[in-house]
Design a protein around this ligand. Structure first.
Ligand SMILES: NC(=O)c1ccc[n+]([C@@H]2O[C@H](COP(=O)([O-])OP(=O)(O)OC[C@H]3O[C@@H](n4cnc5c(N)ncnc54)[C@H](OP(=O)(O)O)[C@@H]3O)[C@@H](O)[C@H]2O)c1
Length: 383
């Protein structure tokens, strides 16, 4: 494989404007430090943070910057100690810098696409940020600190419960699969239309977060269960999601007071909304997040839990066919870096106006044509 000589990127020159495509520096092989690999990108996936970062003036960001986290492609250069080989088909995550044709990545957050699978770049690219986020929040010792997933785990009758608020989001879809593989029972909230979807991923029960009585119903499910709730993950919805969890806690508190049963008093709670601080929660929740001093920067914060993701469980489970690509990819028709801004705009539409608005706008998305299959992960392929 010949060494690449040219690179291009989607540059964010300042906040609040679309990205601009122009040249970007290509590192030479001897510039690759330990753990670093260079890949030729064949697919990018879009995350809510791509539009959120585009729309915010983040203090400390020295513009111009390159956004983008999820990439899949072929390895074109490695450091001498790398566990990868030139030509390997890989997928993974970088903390921004991904919207380029060639990207340097930390190989601890990359995995090979299993050879024996039918998986393409477009299938694996969407795992990136959502699975490392789910794993950090669920298994990180400063977060929910749950048992790690492994192959062949059987869920005992007395399995503890994990409540996942937003089970059909990308983070939630992976959280369901990870906690199930760790031996927990996942109870989730999502739209009623996605009940079957989350149950296919392993959820044992699902509640519609748009139901005005959802807090009461989820609290009743937790209260009436013989099994302890080992944690709550807010995996979608930002402030509305955090509020939803707090209402469940308040409803649970009332039940506990009313019956004066010796039930579990406090439940660990963590949230995927890291942008807006949440410091106060009802007394029966314990907010789990690292204090400022031990908060590791991206992407180092994901390294402690790679045995649940790229460094272990994920590629093994994909190879054995026991882990699902969820949400499935929805490939934007426009290819290459040229398609990325359009995909970011569609992601923004989903985040700000919901899927109904997205369906109307999504005529340029493969498989959409006004009737897109959702949940989905927006993906752009190389031209
Ligand atoms: N901090 C980090 O490092 C990090 C990294 C990644 C993601 N995140 C955050 O994690 C969250 C999820 O990201 P994602 O990529 O997984 O999002 P996503 O896939 O775009 O999630 C969209 C889904 O969220 C669900 N949802 C929206 N509002 C909800 C609510 N109030 N309650 C329950 N579900 C709700 C909807 O499900 P239905 O279709 O079923 O209605 C919607 O389809 C976002 O807030 C994102 O900012 C944080």
């Amino acid at each position: 494989m010949s060494a690449p000589t040219l690179n291009r990127a989607l540059w964010q020159d300042q906040p609040h404007i679309p990205g601009t495509i122009r040249d970007s520096k290509l590192p030479s092989t001897d510039e690759l430090d330990e753990h670093k690999i260079l890949i030729k990108v064949h697919a990018w996936a879009i995350n809510p943070c791509d539009y959120m970062l585009q729309d915010r003036d983040i203090p400390g960001f020295g513009y111009p910057i390159i956004l983008g986290c999820d990439v899949a492609g072929t390895v074109v250069a490695i450091s001498p100690t790398s566990r990868f080989r030139i030509g390997d088909r890989v997928f993974g995550v970088t903390a921004n810098n991904g919207f380029q044709e060639y990207v340097t990545l930390d190989e601890r957050l990359m995995a090979r696409i299993p050879d024996n699978s039918n998986l393409e770049f477009r299938d694996t690219v969407g795992f990136g940020l959502c699975i490392v986020t789910a794993a950090m929040l669920l298994f990180g010792k400063d977060w929910l600190n749950l048992d790690f997933p492994s192959l062949g785990v059987r869920i005992p009758k007395s399995a503890k419960i994990i409540l996942i608020w937003g089970g059909s989001s990308a983070v939630g879809s992976n959280a369901i699969q990870l906690v199930t593989a760790a031996g927990y029972n996942a109870i989730v909230t999502c739209s009623a239309a996605n009940f079957d979807y989350v149950k296919r991923l392993g959820a044992v029960d699902a509640f519609n977060y748009k139901d005005p009585d959802v807090a009461e119903k989820v609290a009743a499910a937790l209260f009436n269960s013989e099994c302890e709730c080992a944690g709550i993950l807010m995996a979608a919805g930002l402030k509305a999601g955090n509020d939803g969890v707090c209402k469940v806690a308040a409803a649970l508190e009332q039940k506990q007071t009313q019956t004066q049963k010796q039930k579990q008093k406090q439940i660990n709670f963590t949230t995927s909304d890291l942008l807006d601080p949440l410091d106060q929660v009802p007394e029966n929740l314990v907010l789990k997040k690292p204090d400022l001093a031990s908060f590791k920067p991206f992407p180092e914060c994901y390294f402690d839990t790679t045995t649940a993701t790229f460094g272990g469980f994920l590629p093994e489970a994909l190879e054995k066919g026991v882990y699902q690509v969820a949400p499935p990819p929805l490939v934007v028709n426009k290819k290459g870096l040229e398609g990325i801004q359009e995909a970011i705009d569609l992601q923004r539409l989903i985040g700000e106006k919901g899927y109904e608005a997205f369906k109307e706008a999504a005529v340029n998305v493969s498989g959409a044509g006004g009737g897109a299959v959702l949940p989905a992960k927006l993906v752009v392929e190389r031209s």
